[in-house]
Design a protein around this ligand. Structure first.
Ligand code: HPA
Ligand code: ZN
Length: 346
């Protein structure tokens, strides 16, 4: 592993902001800024139950995952047209580029939209066009991961998969999100097996609020390649060994965990414990506008709270490229650029 030069602690925030990194856990609907929610509501003639941007922002006081999801799904109701999906993704990709995110894998929740009569084509074409443009004019690669809503049935997930198949060349992987407790991974065993046959990469949210048992079944029943969140794994020593041995990446989202009260404060977050145990931890923003920060906010605040250093920064950035679904040569190129950045950073 690349040995990072010692760095004065006051230089660390700049290093974190400027280092190249990949984001692997971002729900694109969770990047809708309150201002854009209002602008789209007006553009589309949709009523929302908030009178101002400030009132909407004040509602972002969450106590757990479900209290967030209620507002998150309400916010997404302003998205109607292909251009709306494009504008939302474009705004996120501009922020990501400013944070020196070189590659990103975007989750989207089609069922939130198809349930309102919006076609799969509208959703995917808008998001995909934003990804293509970002490569062309921002130099950032972006791909799409389609998530099934786990509070809905497996049958509905199968219908969603069917609707998405005409656009399969625009989707790199399949994920599982929404309310975790009571909706274990194994509820989706058959549809994930089908997605696997179809050649999609597989990920699932597990161990955010739910127990370590859900991480085990995400791995052993769904056969996912990464675990989204996974922070509850530290309660199960055998699971920690499994994750370390198999280099299963965890896409950890510190500010999300803070806002959803998974940990009482950032200083109590177990990211450092997971890293020290040899797990392939990555840092991500989850739903940046709702949780108060994009990638660099997550990095700088977490490093300050947990007293992490430049070697940790290198490890986290490297893990993010290694755990991504880009091809081997692109991975090698990103890691060379990362090494070059750390060598030249003064
Ligand atoms: N967990 C589960 N579902 C989600 C999340 C999350 O953090 N964000 C958006 N959908
Ligand atoms: Zn998430």
């Amino acid at each position: 592993m690349f040995k990072v030069k010692p760095l004065a602690p006051e230089r660390l925030p700049e290093l974190l902001r400027r280092m190249p990194k990949a984001e692997l856990h971002i729900h694109i609907e969770g990047s809708l800024e309150p201002e854009m929610i209002f602008a789209l509501a007006q553009r589309n003639g949709i009523a929302i139950p908030y009178s101002s941007v400030e009132e909407l922002r004040r509602a972002y006081a969450f106590t757990n995952l479900q209290s967030f999801l209620d507002i998150y799904y309400a916010g997404a109701s302003v998205l109607l047209k292909e251009q709306d999906f494009y504008d939302m993704a474009r705004a996120y990709l501009l922020k990501a580029a400013a944070d020196n995110v070189a590659h990103t894998e975007l989750f989207f929740d089609p069922q939130t939209h198809t349930a309102r009569g919006i076609s799969m084509e509208t959703v995917i074409h808008g998001l995909h066009r934003a990804c293509v443009d970002a490569q062309a004019d921002l130099g950032i690669s972006a791909s799409l991961i389609m998530c099934f809503l786990r509070h809905l049935s497996e049958e509905e997930a199968f219908e969603t998969l069917e609707q998405a198949l005409p656009f399969r060349d625009k989707i790199i992987g399949i994920g599982l999100d929404s309310g975790e407790v009571g909706n274990p991974p194994e509820k989706f065993a058959r549809v994930f097996a089908r997605c696997r046959e179809l050649g999609f990469h597989l990920v699932a949210h597990a161990g955010e609020e739910g127990p370590p048992a859900y991480v085990w079944t995400a791995l052993d029943v769904l056969k996912v390649e990464r675990i989204d969140h996974g922070v509850q794994a530290s309660k199960d020593a055998a699971l920690m060994r499994r994750l370390a041995q198999d280099r299963i990446a965890l896409t950890v989202c510190p500010l999300s965990n803070l806002k959803l009260c998974v940990f009482p404060d950032l200083a109590s977050h177990n990211l450092r414990q997971l890293l020290d145990a040899g797990l392939a931890v990555t840092v991500n923003s989850d739903d940046p506008t709702y949780f108060g920060g994009y990638m660099n906010d997550n990095f700088t605040q977490t490093f300050a709270a947990l007293d992490l250093n430049a070697q940790h920064a290198y490890q986290l950035a490297r893990n993010s490229f290694e755990a991504s679904f880009i091809d081997t040569s692109a991975k090698r190129r990103h890691i060379e650029q990362l090494d070059g950045f750390f060598e030249s950073f003064q």
